[in-house]
Ligand binder design. Structure first.
Ligand SMILES: [Zn+2]
Ligand SMILES: [Zn+2]
Ligand SMILES: [Zn+2]
Ligand SMILES: [Zn+2]
Length: 343
């Protein structure tokens, strides 16, 4: 900072030359004076103090001397480049030393250094960096005149109205898109076919050929009831295990379904199986697959696709005699899951 007891100790862009240094305070010459005895240069305040105290020249000790301002040296000093003293606060100004007072003048109309402290013009007692004084005076100051407050409130209202409009527009757009999404979800749900539930019909197509080929024939999935257990039939026309070559085997396989979360496990329902008698031309109950009878190690828990049923569901000769529909070279056997009872 400038000090009025001696030379300049400003933050110079380049180190000033030795020739511009005061021989008393060793700072850069302020109002450089030249002395008549030995021609040395001093700051005006520095040599002024020697004069007042009637002391000899501090360099050559001569008791008699006169001093005068050296305008050429003064111009050289004023042309030295300095940084703004508010550089640490953020001002990036640099310029000639001679222009710095102008840059820092707190009362100037032209607003130069933004970091100089300026008193509030409404005399509230506060002082603020010049770069924020405007917003203090128009937005914050408790002493601002009523018309300034009114103008400020009008601006805030306008701002809030704009903000409000923007938010409204945004929400309206969101609501429209949510409504559209909702409609399309609804349509999707309505378009989804209901899962089949008993009575569920299933035909073993080409029964005799499947028997010859030892095929496993499975039905499409169905549900025990609406939102119930998902399951399917597994049939072996030529028999499985103890029914091999002698019986039609039939099992009910419990699958993973979309309503499993809401159901009780393990599954313990009774699945009633009918077959269509070609002789009697009517549906006849054959058996019930009761999952309560399944052994502990074959229980159908939520995550196991367990099955339960009969390897000896129906003797093959009985199937051929009663339940087989001959259709040219083909033969079909028709099954029905009549209902599923839950315990
Ligand atoms: Zn001298
Ligand atoms: Zn000096
Ligand atoms: Zn500045
Ligand atoms: Zn104020």
């Amino acid at each position: 900072m400038a000090t009025f007891s001696g030379g300049y100790d400003n933050d110079f862009v380049d180190q000033p030359p030795k020739s511009l240094e005061c021989s008393i305070c060793l700072l850069t010459l302020r109002d450089p004076m030249v002395i008549s005895c030995c021609g040395s240069h001093f700051c005006e305040p520095c040599i002024g103090r020697i004069n007042t105290n009637r002391k000899p020249c501090p360099l050559c000790n001569s008791p008699d001397f006169t001093t005068f301002l050296h305008k050429g040296v003064a111009r050289e000093v004023n042309a030295l480049r300095v940084y703004c003293p508010k550089k640490a606060q953020g001002c990036d100004w640099q310029g000639e030393l001679g222009q710095m007072d102008h840059h820092l003048n707190p009362t100037a109309n032209y607003r130069v250094c933004g970091f100089v402290m300026v008193d509030c013009k409404y005399k509230c007692g506060g002082s603020f960096e010049r770069r924020v004084i405007d917003s203090h005076e128009t937005d914050d100051c408790a002493k601002r005149p009523i018309e300034v407050q009114v103008a400020f409130l009008a601006r805030r209202l306008e701002m809030l109205a704009t903000e409000n409009r923007e938010i409204r527009t945004k929400f309206e757009a969101e609501i429209i898109s949510l409504k559209a999404e909702n409609t399309s979800l609804k349509q999707e749900i309505e378009a989804r076919p209901l899962p089949p539930v008993p009575p569920f019909y299933f035909t073993i197509l080409n029964y005799e050929q499947s028997k010859k080929d030892n095929c496993l024939i499975t039905s499409p999935p169905f549900y025990s009831h609406l939102k119930g257990y998902k399951m399917r039939l597994q049939t072996f026309p030529n028999g499985d295990r103890t029914g091999q070559n002698t019986h039609l085997s039939l099992f009910v396989l419990i699958m993973r379904g979309e309503f499993d979360d809401t159901l009780q496990w393990p599954f313990t329902g009774r699945v009633t199986i009918d077959m269509y008698s070609e002789n009697l031309k009517q549906w006849t109950p054959i058996t019930v697959v009761d999952f309560k009878d399944s052994p502990v190690d074959r229980k159908c828990d939520r995550l196991t696709n367990g099955s339960w049923g009969y390897p000896q569901f129906l003797p093959q000769d009985q199937v051929a005699a009663e339940y087989m529909l001959k259709d040219g070279t083909y033969s079909h056997v028709r099954l029905r899951v009549n209902y599923v009872e839950l315990y």
